[in-house]
Design a protein around this ligand. Structure first.
Ligand code: GCW
Length: 662
């Protein structure tokens, strides 16, 4: 991953070694498991990068790295402790009693752990350590991975092999990979992980599985990583033999209370439950005529005495919906103010489902009395799986920076949320994530969850420097390639606001012609609505009207084609094929141009990568080259299939100068 710690060239190694001669901690402090974890990676990193193992000491010599908290800071060191909060850190070069040293300062050991990894990042990316002055504290208290891992080790929407949780061998065998997993997460500041799929099996809450989860929690604890579980709402029926899972039934409440107590006996710092209820066939409170708030609050009540939380997902849609994009808001917004204090409503980035591009979900900012989490997908279900190179940093950045206008302009999604969850892309593959570049998406998720204001471009750059090389030309090339990749996939799959044209079930290749699925709202034709008259989903007041779920200023802007950004045009409007675009082209010509541009962009990515032969090690270079060839082939497949279909339904001729698909 990005913790390779490969040897630096001799001069750089010597310079770095001079900045990290020893690691200084207060006497007795090393007994903290979290601090030991921090020291462990500092030693491993410094030794890897410089060839010299720094000693752990209690007296600062010149060139020492001091790990300090307010309780252990040497006299004369005044630092802005308060601003650091519970998890933040400060890295600073200071002169202490005549000696040049670097301090890693935090209020608690967890901050020292994050600060240590930040120092290693600075060292690996070639920062000027002699002038180091870096302060960072997360605004979101919860930064979580969500694993959609099943107990049989299959992974829903997983493209990186099997689940890394070896349930069969747990709790006895604790694979060394679990430690590396925890280190990687800690290096980004991820502080929680939901182990099992939201399409949950009740068994995950039985004693044997709790013992397995407890073993993982023990491995993760020194890295500040808390364990959470997805809970199946009907567990009292399936496990407890009750007749009902009605959240207002006293026997059901008693069952959950006993279950929570049992969980906390096994895992004292258990984080809480993630719940998918009354969504895609999952059981939930509505089965008993109760609301989402009734269900969430019942679980919240049994977790509260232990300090646990409930993350209740807002991903719901009804089969007969007039507009699927409107469902989450319609069901959840009226419940604002009814959720218990330890409930977080978890909302996907967009109102449909992890498409290459969606507008932000209208629930953000619309539930001011409810804590909300932003859920994004790190695994690329609708983005070409692990064989397409798509760097998701720009997608995460786009939603975090989206202005909800609630209550006023400037209220971005990042400012509305208290947590961020990423659906993990991790599996048993040797490269962890299914492809080398998909590791950048795990990385970008963690970095942006920690600091929602970071630029995706900077994050890409530092990932490349730690993962591949510090060669400037190569870093520039790979970063540029990554930054273009998201717009490339939008172009060759679903340009101009189109969405959900993917093949049914697997969601990989194009299938815009599919119209006969058992549920109308699963059909690609439901989403694009292409016909002789035009294309697009009319969500304006003249159509489904769901644009009104956004703040009035946005709703007004997006209700008119002329003031809707072209990137979202066909999301909000159904327009004739000869609609005039900003470029002067007709909509049909513009669509063709976008699909062509998507294919061209992938070809450019291939060329850029080919130019790095010899700069990146041969094995990884060859693997990425092979995947890019797949992507180029499939980008053409997408373009040709979509354009052939749209041409057939529109009956329009091919734009002059373009080639019809073979
Ligand atoms: O993205 C869709 C997926 C389902 C998934 C569901 C969800 C876990 O196609 O596989 O189920 O959303 O988010 O609940």
């Amino acid at each position: 991953l990005w913790l390779r710690y490969r040897p630096l060239p001799p001069q750089a190694a010597a310079a770095l070694a001079a900045q990290a001669r020893s690691l200084v901690i207060a006497p007795g402090a090393a007994t903290s498991p979290v601090l030991s974890a921090a020291l462990g990676d500092l030693q491993r990193g410094i030794q890897g990068l410089t060839g010299r193992l720094p000693a752990v000491a209690t007296v600062p010599q010149p060139g020492a790295l001091l790990l300090v908290t307010p309780a252990t800071a040497p006299a004369g060191l005044t630092l802005p402790w308060q601003a650091l909060g519970g998890e933040g850190y400060l890295l600073r070069r200071v002169r202490l009693q005549g000696r040049e040293v670097t301090v890693i300062a935090a209020n608690a050991d967890r901050g020292l752990l994050y600060g240590s990894f930040a120092w290693l990042r600075a060292a690996q990316t070639g920062a000027d350590l002699a002038r180091l002055d870096e302060f960072s504290a997360p605004r979101l208290p919860l930064r979580l991975l969500n694993h959609w891992d099943n107990l049989d080790r299959s992974v829903e929407r997983g493209y990186a092999g099997s689940s890394i949780w070896d349930w069969w061998k747990l709790p006895d065998l604790r694979d060394a990979r679990y430690v590396d997993y925890a280190r990687a997460n800690a290096s980004l500041g991820i502080n929680g992980t939901v182990l099992n799929n939201v399409n949950a099996k009740a068994e995950s809450l039985t004693a044997p599985y709790l013992a397995k989860a407890a073993a993982l929690a023990q491995v993760f604890r020194p890295y500040g990583l808390r364990v959470y579980l997805s809970a199946r709402f009907s567990a009292p029926v399936e496990l407890g033999g009750l007749q009902t899972a009605d959240p207002l039934d006293p026997a059901v409440r008693a069952w959950w209370r006993a279950k929570a107590d049992e969980i906390y006996r096994a895992i004292p710092d258990f984080g809480g439950f993630l719940v998918k209820a009354n969504s895609e066939g999952q059981p939930g409170p509505q089965d008993y005529g109760r609301s989402h708030a009734d269900g969430a609050n019942m679980l919240a009540e049994v977790l509260a005495p232990h300090g646990g939380i409930v993350m209740w997902r807002a991903f719901v849609y009804a089969p007969d919906a007039r507009d699927r994009a409107a469902q989450g808001f319609a069901e959840f917004q009226p419940l604002d103010g009814q959720f218990a204090a330890n409930v977080i409503v978890q909302v996907k980035n967009g109102p449909i489902d992890f498409q290459p591009r969606e507008p932000f979900h209208p629930l953000f900012g619309a539930m001011p009395r409810t804590a909300t989490a932003l859920e994004v997908q790190i695994t690329k279900e609708y983005l070409g799986f692990s064989t397409h190179l798509v760097y998701l940093g720009p997608l995460f950045e786009e939603v975090l920076r989206a202005d909800t206008h609630r209550p006023a302009p400037g209220a971005t999604v990042a400012r509305q949320i208290t947590a961020m969850a990423g659906v993990a892309n991790i599996g048993t593959d040797r490269n962890w994530c299914g492809s080398h570049f998909d590791c950048a998406n795990w990385y970008a998720f963690g970095r942006l969850a920690w600091d929602t204001d970071l630029a995706a471009a900077r994050v890409a750059r530092e990932w490349v420097q730690q993962t591949f090389t510090r060669d400037r030309r190569a870093v520039d090339t790979v970063t540029a390639l990554m930054l273009d990749s998201r717009e490339a996939v939008v172009d060759y799959m679903t340009p101009l606001g189109l969405h959900h044209l993917m093949g049914t079930g697997h969601h990989h290749g194009p299938a815009p012609w599919v119209s006969d699925l058992e549920r109308a709202d699963w059909n690609p034709t439901y989403f694009h609505r292409a016909g002789p008259d035009g294309i697009g989903f009319d969500r304006s007041p003249r159509g489904s009207g769901s644009v009104a779920q956004y703040a009035p200023a946005l709703a007004a802007r997006w209700s008119e084609p002329a003031t809707t950004p072209e990137a979202l045009l066909l999301w909000f409007h159904h327009l004739p094929w000869d609609h005039r675009m900003a470029s002067g082209r007709t909509l049909w010509q513009e669509l063709v141009a976008h699909y062509d541009r998507g294919v061209a962009r992938v070809e450019a990515m291939r060329e850029q990568w080919a130019g790095l032969r010899g700069v990146v090690d041969a094995r990884r270079h060859a693997e990425v080259t092979a995947y890019l060839a797949v992507q180029a082939r499939e980008a053409r497949w997408w373009r040709d299939a979509c354009l052939a279909y749209f041409q057939a339904v529109s009956g329009l001729p091919w734009p002059a100068g373009t080639q019809p698909p073979a």
